[in-house]
Design a protein around this ligand. Structure first.
Ligand SMILES: [Zn+2]
Length: 138
């Protein structure tokens, strides 16, 4: 059946608007999470900038996120997302995650070159990775 504009305007064909189910992308904000977010916004962008400057990385933007899927991410557009849960980690693990994301600015995969670069800016990073597994995202 060919639907024309006349059909639609005359009401012969009803346009059914599909209800868009809003998927809750972020997790509920408990008081604990609110506090983590406050700390994260204050601390993480400054720390990321300091680490980037120290090792000569350049990124576009940094955003604080709350999810249970990753500690951080880096997009092809050089935008870095950091999970507010980083504030629950010891400082060296926090730095490790941020350095991991900064290294993705040069290598988007987890290949040999990526790990060599990460090792040069974060010696013993494989040990950090193991220790990170002891922590859960909330
Ligand atoms: Zn990665």
């Amino acid at each position: 059946m060919r639907i024309t504009l006349v059909d639609i305007l005359s009401g012969r064909v009803r346009i059914v608007r599909r209800k868009v189910r809003r998927v809750r992308r972020s997790l509920p904000e408990t008081e604990e999470v609110k506090e983590l977010r406050r700390q994260a916004k204050e601390y993480l962008p400054l720390r990321l900038k300091a680490l980037a400057d120290k090792y000569g990385f350049e990124y576009n933007s940094v955003r604080i996120k709350h999810n249970v899927s990753n500690w951080g991410s880096c997009s092809i557009k050089k935008n870095i997302n950091l999970n507010l849960n980083l504030m629950r980690l010891p400082e060296d693990l926090r730095d490790y995650v941020m350095l991991h994301e900064l290294c993705h600015l040069r290598h988007m995969d987890h290949g040999q070159e990526f790990h060599a670069l990460l090792e040069s800016v974060c010696p013993g990073h494989r040990e950090c990775r193991k220790r990170l597994r002891e922590y859960r995202l909330i």
